[in-house]
Design a protein around this ligand. Structure first.
Ligand code: GLU
Length: 556
């Protein structure tokens, strides 16, 4: 009775070999430095901020090098599976503009020629690799029950030994092949374990692209590679997949660092070249001066839905991810305002070793800058799709008054220092409701008059302005000259400077008068450029706003 017999007994139907699969999934025909990398989540139905960052980095690294970024679904742990768990992930990725070159695209479909990309569909492939190990005596069946494993653990605790299945504790390692065959034939359940060639007293050094060289003791644990249900464990599946899918770089969260000795060993056992590893530290959050990991439970911004509901544009999130990913990005972006993320060269060495600090304020600031730099029409389109989902009333208005809305969004845009007032689409309505009669009608009106507050004077000023000075076709300069004329007529200085020199001679200055116009029209003391607002309004709406003030019951 040989290992070959044992392998044949466990895997009677496996006829394809490792070499067959290597032929089927050949080396990729890519430029030498091309990065082939993957996002490999369990099908839990969602992506959280940490894995969004990792997949963003993966996408970027692959794109920069004309490589491949693929999505592999790691569902060997059937307990973690949720219904529609894949769709949830592909949707989140799509929503954040992270496209894949290969991999799962729905619960049942995939693209690319290195698949299947869902691990539970790769059982036979894993079995071919396991069969080889059993044939070579590098893996063996383990019959230990849960209780027996528990006993081993207790004994180890008592002796203050390392916990695990290794060395003299690896009971089933010593079972003669003939006995193992007998027990399997008798229907005893078993798992398969790797016969680890490692020595805990020896060290291995792994170069991590983020963390630098890390030294570990060799792995000497006989890890389970196949569970009783015939599915591989995560460690084993990742080895087979990353080998056959020709992964060059494994970029993932640093909770996987401690698995490195096991992973490297698996590659070595098969004589495969291991990929390069980059472990990204978790995103941190500072609260009350204390740093902790960003938490899905405590921090709303850890969930992708937050960005949608708030209406934070996808590209702003990407820009922010890039600042988290590469510490030098922000400065670069400041200096290269008209370039895009694609123009920035990503580098592993610029990933923060300690983990980026998540700061919503900073994200909003980035978003503000971004939104100030795009075209009004582009802003408008995104605003429409946001409002469509989250604010029906506003959606109706901005689509009904499309040109007006674009005109409004265009105020103080496309200039050297564009106006920055919107950080997210949910801000817009609250900032510009006064522009729409329908909203003006309903809104609580708190007129922010400051120096001139006499109601009669305000109304008479406005009426004089409309009757005597207002002309729809005036350019900005003429328009302002006329406000100066109006000021003079009411006893206010034409220039602020005149007023300052001779405060007793005037009731105030031109600034006070334009403030009156602004507040009558919008109720607000701070608005985008008044000239532009008035142009958009036209005479009738200006008159109707004067009427509204006249109707107002409360005192100013
Ligand atoms: N399936 C693992 C996870 O859920 C992937 C780890 C890896 O990228 O190797 O995070």
């Amino acid at each position: 009775m040989t290992n070959k017999d044992l392998a044949e007994l466990i895997f009677p139907n496996i006829t394809k070999t490792i070499e067959d699969y290597e032929k089927e999934y050949p080396e990729r025909n890519l430029p030498e430095d091309a990065i082939v990398t993957r996002f490999a989540p369990s099908p839990t139905g969602f992506v959280h901020m940490g894995s969004l960052l990792a997949s963003f980095v993966e996408r970027k690294a692959a794109k920069d090098t004309n490589g491949v970024f693929y999505l592999r679904i790691e569902d060997t742990d059937q307990e973690r599976k949720v219904e529609n768990g894949i769709i949830g992930i592909t949707t989140d990725l799509k929503n954040f503009g992270i496209s894949i070159d290969e991999g799962a695209i729905s619960e049942t479909e995939e693209i690319g020629s290195y698949g299947p990309y869902v691990q539970s569909s790769r059982r036979e492939i894993y079995h071919a690799f396991m069969k080889r190990l059993v044939e070579q005596g590098l893996a063996y069946p383990c019959f230990c029950s849960k209780e027996e494993l528990e006993e081993i653990r207790k004994a180890q605790e008592k002796r203050k030994d390392r916990i695990g299945y290794y060395g003299r504790y690896a009971k089933c390692r010593k079972i003669p092949v003939a006995d193992a065959i007998e027990r399997i034939k008798n229907g005893e359940p078993f798992t398969l374990r790797l016969k680890s060639p490692g020595d805990y007293n020896k060290k291995i050094v792994v170069k991590d692209l983020v963390k630098g060289n890390i030294s570990f003791p060799e792995n000497d644990m006989d890890i389970v590679i196949m569970k009783q249900d015939g599915l591989p464990t995560y460690h084993f599946a990742h080895l087979v997949d990353d080998h056959l899918m020709r992964t060059t770089h494994i970029i993932r969260g640093d909770e996987w660092v401690s698995s490195l000795p096991t992973h490297i060993q698996l590659f070595q056992v098969f004589g495969f070249k291991p990929p390069k590893y980059a472990h990204i530290s978790p995103i941190m959050k500072e609260e009350g001066g204390v740093k902790r990991k960003l938490s899905k439970r405590k921090d709303p911004e850890a969930a992708m839905s937050y960005y949608h509901e708030q209406g934070i544009p996808v590209y702003a999130v990407q820009l922010y991810l890039m600042t988290l990913a590469n510490t030098n990005f922000e400065q670069w972006w400041d200096a290269n305002k008209d370039k895009t993320i694609d123009d920035f060269e990503f580098s592993f060495s610029k990933i923060s070793k300690s983990g980026g600090l998540f700061d919503v304020e900073k994200l909003l600031n980035i978003s503000k800058n971004y939104l100030s730099r795009i075209k009004a029409t582009e802003f408008y389109d995104m605003l429409v799709s946001y409002a469509k989902e989250y604010d029906e009333e506003f959606y109706e208005l901005i689509t009904k008054y499309k040109d007006f809305t674009i005109g409004l969004l265009n105020i103080e845009r496309e200039q050297k220092k564009p106006r920055k007032d919107y950080a997210k689409f949910s801000d817009v309505k609250e900032l510009v409701w006064y522009m729409y009669d329908e909203l003006f009608e309903k809104h609580e009106k708190d007129y922010e008059f400051s120096t001139i507050t006499d109601r009669n004077e305000i109304i008479s000023m406005m009426e004089t302005y409309i009757d005597k000075y207002y002309d729809e076709s005036d350019d900005q300069q003429t328009w302002f000259e006329k406000i100066k004329d109006l000021s003079e007529e009411f006893g206010y200085a034409r220039e602020v400077k005149d007023y300052k020199e001779n405060p007793d001679k005037y009731k105030g200055h031109v600034g006070d008068v334009s403030m009156v116009i602004r507040v009558v029209l919008t109720t607000k003391s701070m608005t985008p450029n008044l000239y532009d607002i008035m142009k958009l309004f036209g005479k009738n709406r200006i008159i109707s706003r004067i009427e509204k003030l006249k109707e107002l019951k409360k005192t100013l």
